[in-house]
Design a protein around this ligand. Sequence first.
Ligand code: BDP
Length: 676
Amino acid sequence: MIFRRLLLLLTLLPLLSAAQTDKLWLDFKTLEEPFVFSFSSKNATFEALKKELYWDIPNFYTAKKPEKASFLVVDNSQNSAISGDGFAINADEKNVKIEAKTSAGALYGVYEYLRLYSCGQKVIKDYVSNPAYQIRILNHWDNPDGSVERGYAGKSIWFDGEKVKFREDIETYARANASIGINATVIDNVNADPKILSTEMLQGVKTIAEKLRPYNIKVYLAVNFSSPAALGGLKTSDPLDKDVIDWWTKKCKEIYTLIPDFGGFLVKANSEGLPGPMDFGRTHADGANMLAKALKPYGGIVMWRAFVYNPQGGDRAKQAYDEFMPLDGKFDDNVIIQIKNGPIDFQPREPFSPLFGAMKNTQIMAELQITQEYLGYSDHLCFLSTMWKEFLDYPTFHNGKTVKETTLNQKLTAFSAVANTGTMKNWCGYVMAQSNWYAFGRLAWNPDLTSQQIANEWINLTLTTDKEAVKKIENIMLRSREAVVDYMTPLGLHHLMGWSDHWGPEPWCDIPGAREDWMPRYYHKAAADGLGFDRSSKGSNAVEQYQEPLKSMYDNPKLCPKEFVLWFHHLPWDYTFDNGNTLWDELLYHYTKGVKEVEDFQKIWAGLKGTVKEPVFNEVTEKLKVQLDEAQWWRDGCVQYFQTFSKMDIPFKPKYTLEECKAKLRTKAYVERQKD
Ligand code: BDP
């Protein structure tokens, strides 16, 4: 087994480096018209913007008077339809006008024009676009030692050997982000190392900020709550202690002296063993507000995470709500609570976290995950836009608002996601994984875009402009996330993966002495009497945290959407659904369907030979083989393990026996995959 996987890996590596996708989606078409350019400003952002337009253009920047220019970019527009860093575009074959009110807006307008132009649209009339969320931010889980938590694309792009050392082509990162409107980045892991705030590190962070500034990207840092003690040598990190307050105040002054446009802090506190205000008998609000006050004079903000749970706390899905709801309204106005999309942890499918909509007097933001920690790493084709749209569009029934509306209707708005970048040449470890970074940025700018539209743009910019091929790839991408849900965790199952690496299936996992709520068995509760976690009013009562009519709907297995039925209910194996299928039938149907979908993706992809660049064609072909194999592994492992309880028939011949599934997990091939 080990050899098979290593062999697969060895065939894949040369292809990965050969696939010329390190330019991401920035391979814009060269402008053909003999444009004469004029720009309203001279600053670093305009220099960046000019570079984008500079490819082989004759007469570049020769217009003495703006009236003579045929390509005009202004950042002093009076157009009242433009707001924030938005822009307006008017263009035909000969004249292009991009208007904005800020230099960043002008930059975004140019990228939008290049995108439309590259996708074949040259005539554009009164096209106005304004950003939905103010802060559109990536969270890198990069450590100063150069490793990346849950990274599947090599090492850190920011750090190495306990020092700041960024990728030489970091400008590509900046351009890629700016081209999709991302304007902020947290460069270090939420499991923050106190040394990130050392003076030496901050000097390095300053050099990163300088690289990103022309592209309107602000740097933020994830900080460790016990930094005053761990780094500053104080006796405590109690947020109400005068010396602690003083320490943070001085630290902020130091940071802003180096980086005047520094964004602020991201904090994971009292979660998974990290320190926090509760260690000192204080609340999340005490901790967040103390930091917020230190940042306030400089315009900085605190993003305080709601990803918290403790071992004795009962149903893990309920804990964030239980801990944060009593604090609603107690946070300062430069604090925003960062909430993962679901109540557990970036599973292939979760209901939305009940905090969305419920926290009415607190600013909140969503945290998504681009890196595919629970969705097949950078090996599975899984276009996440459909998952994120599903999340954003859930009705919370709080004041009739969707999740999206609950996060947009406040003074400070933000949208974040855990990045999937690394030192691999192609940044994400898989060309198809680049599409998720792209999709996140596009949705942060405009959550009303459809997944089809986003896929279409990305394919045109990255893979091919062949119309038939675009349609076929779009089709695969749009089906891909549901396929992953089907072969990993259908019907609301969750947390069945390998317990520490989060790779492959391990529903049978049993680690003596480990936390119960990290064990898959805690989540699926498979037994002779059935399957699923009872979160109904008869069980943990997690349904209580949702607003009516969701609460009653989720509480009743007959009304509960099938995709969540085992999230909220423990059902007997012979439970019968409306379509006449038993739970066992449905389970087999979904696991089998997921695998069939991947087989179908392979067939469709095989038909694309010649329409996408050869290295990309080969890369996806090879990765789909891995994906199919792992989908079969998931299906066979889960179904045969559940059969030990259900004692019901499996009407197909599994590829792997249960023992083989278990053995496969113990290979360490995933470690190899993380190497550059
Ligand atoms: C989990 C990851 C873990 C992170 C944690 C978090 O497995 O590595 O530290 O989330 O978000 O998904 O803090």
